[in-house]
Design a protein around this ligand. Structure first.
Ligand code: 9D3
Length: 250
């Protein structure tokens, strides 16, 4: 990936202050605060009518909690969508599971518009009329879409040119390769009775590379076998996996 990609992220949230801390933190926050990627927060409450500027209401059909009212949210989304070709993304437990390949394609867009739900969720008619896609982080309950939007933003921003220290680290990411990472070690060489694997001090770069690949395959087989079915493996990888599968040795 080369050249500027993301220009702007627009977050629609009832808690725009929530993102202030995010902007102040880390390399991704730096990209935002330095304006390399613009972050705009839009609060649906600013589009709500009446003295109370109410943004939620009781659910039709009864049941617990409140639902985000459609009109303030719709006006906020329409305000954010400067171009009809802009894609509006909702953060929602009903969404498609976010993964690295989705993150990579989101990182190529010029603009992201992220709609954060609160309460029990948003009025379904807003989903139908104005939301183009929905993203979930996984099968656990968050208290609002802001947490998910922050995760998506971090994952996308660190892929922007100049945001990561080393260009290489993004390409070497675990998940980009489709495997879990190999183990890492630093000094001292012996710590609390534990030594580092000898090969790492051999200076033999091809042996180190082979060991790291083997460790990555071993961990993936043990901890996330689901990833192996979606990963391109070399004949050498398959041979290595076969030996790991029939023996439980290191
Ligand atoms: C306890 C409330 N749940 C009733 C069964 C439904 C529910 C409503 C709203 C659950 C979570 C939320 C708020 N979550 C999000 O907005 C959200 C989310 C998540 O909760 N998990 C994983 N990914 C995401 S993306 C947005």
């Amino acid at each position: 990936m080369t050249g500027p990609m993301l220009n702007k992220i627009t977050v629609i949230s009832l808690f725009p202050d929530w993102f202030d801390a995010f902007m102040a933190m880390g390399l991704t926050g730096k990209a935002l605060s330095e304006g390399r990627v613009e972050l705009q927060c839009i609060n649906p409450r600013d589009f709500a009518q009446g003295v109370h500027r109410s943004v939620d209401d009781r659910p039709y059909g009864g049941g617990p909690g409140m639902v985000m009212r459609p009109e303030p949210l719709a006006l906020a989304i329409e305000h954010a969508r400067s171009d009809p070709s802009d894609i509006v993304s909702g953060m929602s437990p009903q969404g498609a599971r976010l993964n690295q390949s989705a993150v990579e394609s989101l990182a190529l867009r010029e603009q992201l518009i992220l709609v954060c739900g609160r309460y029990e969720g948003i009025d379904e008619r807003v989903n139908e009329a104005l939301i183009d896609e929905e993203w979930s982080l996984g099968d656990y309950v968050l208290s609002g879409g802001e947490y998910a939007a922050a995760v998506l933003m971090d994952a996308v921003l660190r892929l922007q040119p100049g945001v990561l220290g080393h260009c290489e680290s993004a390409a070497q990411d675990s998940f980009t390769s489709g495997l879990l990472d190999y183990p890492h070690y630093t000094r001292p060489p012996k710590w609390r009775g534990r030594s580092i694997p000898e090969v790492l001090q051999s200076g033999d770069h091809s042996a180190i590379e082979a060991w790291r690949r083997q460790q990555a395959l071993k961990r993936t087989l043990e901890r996330r076998p689901d990833l192996l079915t979606q990963t391109d493996l070399s004949d050498q990888d398959r041979a290595l996996l076969a030996t790991l599968q029939d023996s439980d040795t290191d």
